[in-house]
Design a protein around this ligand. Structure first.
Ligand code: GMT
Length: 378
């Protein structure tokens, strides 16, 4: 198949999933055309089946805000037309699904029928999408996509509850490439960070309020009172400054390290003992899956789709959002020498269920089904 993929090219989960999906499909022989405003972060190598089309957003003195959605729709039209695409797969509803709808209508006037699949990732529904300034467009774009997928059952339910949807939504979970995310031998890292055999706790995110990084630091601070431990914080975002201040106030700076945005996050995960994800909202929790693939158990909140991944009492524990006391108690339980190996083993076994080789065929089957149903109606 020839597939156009539209996504955010940033570090965020939806962009990572879209890019890894495209790379995986290209490996299977499909021709993949990425359409974004910047080269996606993980698309930094040559493959004969991978193409990148940059959306050029022209400025004009009259524009206070540059009309990205229009430039994107125009780019989709030309790529579909000149590259003979079979399908467009857009990741994140805003503004990709509505731009795809416009491109589809334009192409129709030229006698071209292009099937559009929209994948809902989370905040496009749970946060931004619900806002009255976007809600009508999000509802319309979902209802007018030819196929819609959500990354968890919880996100599917939430979409149906909060929007007036008349389309079936198929759940296809996030996935992981176990060839990349696996425990690597990085003992020298561990020695450098934990010279006295301390346990290593880790959190990775975009440091937005919704991630509750403060809970991560407070849980760590309490655990450290009974178990010698260090904390690594990977990523960057609006909460980083306040969190650095909190560490200073708590006098915990010597044991907490802010690493910023790291490309090779699997190297850090390889030496970690416990991953913390106390999010307020989380449609799936790709970062937790990456940790589990590197044999790191997870203490998480029960937000959104996380319980569909983190199996309570097996791969880690699932706690109420904001219940720091419970998270501390359960972190201490996991970190106990007699429990840790079992949780690590279970985390890896669970991650294997989300291996890319299990999930990719679900997307391919869904593409074929969508193309057939669109062509049958044409
Ligand atoms: O977590 C974020 O804030 C980034 C966001 C995104 O769209 O880039 O991630 C969402 O999509 C990921 C991939 O499908 C999911 O694994 C994350 O759980 C989801 N984040 C939220 O729902 C907050």
């Amino acid at each position: 198949m020839k597939i156009g993929i539209v996504c955010y090219p940033t570090f965020g989960g939806s962009g990572v999933v879209a890019t890894e999906l495209g790379i995986g499909l290209a490996r299977l022989g499909h021709e993949i055309h990425f359409i974004t405003y910047r080269q996606p972060t993980r698309l930094d190598f040559f493959s004969e089946n991978l193409y990148y089309h940059e959306v050029d957003i022209k400025s004009y003195p009259l524009f206070e805000h540059r009309p990205y959605e229009l430039a994107l729709a125009s780019k989709m039209v030309s790529v579909v037309k000149y590259e003979n695409l079979d399908l467009l797969h857009v990741h994140y509803a805003i503004p990709h699904a509505s731009a795809a709808f416009m491109a589809k209508q334009i192409l129709k006037t030229e006698g071209i029928e292009i099937p559009v699949v929209t994948t809902l990732h989370g905040t496009d529904i749970t946060l931004v999408g619900k806002d009255p300034s976007y809600e009508p467009v999000v509802t319309f774009s979902i209802n007018n996509s030819d196929g819609v997928t959500a990354v968890s059952e919880d996100l599917r339910q939430e979409t149906l509850e909060h929007f007036d949807i008349n389309k079936a939504i198929k759940v296809i979970p996030n996935f992981i490439d176990l060839n990349r995310f696996k425990k690597q031998r990085k003992e020298h890292f561990k020695m450098a960070i934990c010279p006295n055999g301390e346990k290593l706790m880790v959190h990775t995110s975009n440091f937005r309020k919704v991630k509750r990084v403060e809970d991560v630091i407070r849980v760590f601070y309490e655990v450290r009172k009974s178990i010698p431990a260090k904390l690594l914080l990977v990523g960057d975002g609006p909460e980083r400054d306040p969190m650095e201040r909190l560490c200073r106030e708590l006098g915990a700076c010597d044991d907490v390290r802010f690493l910023g945005k790291l490309e090779a996050v699997e190297e850090v995960l390889s030496v970690s003992d416990l991953f913390l994800m106390p999010s307020e909202k989380e449609s799936f929790g790709l970062a937790a899956l990456e940790a589990m693939a590197c044999e790191v158990p997870v203490i998480s909140s029960n937000a959104g789709g996380i319980p569909e991944l983190n199996v309570d009492g097996k791969t880690g524990f699932v706690c109420e959002v904001g219940d720091i006391e419970d998270m501390v108690k359960k972190s201490e339980y996991i970190l106990a020498e007699e429990n840790l190996p079992r949780f690590k083993m279970n985390a890896l076994a669970r991650a294997k269920e989300f291996d890319i080789t299990q999930i990719l065929p679900q997307y391919i089957a869904y593409y074929q089904e969508t193309i057939e149903s669109v062509m049958a109606k044409a």
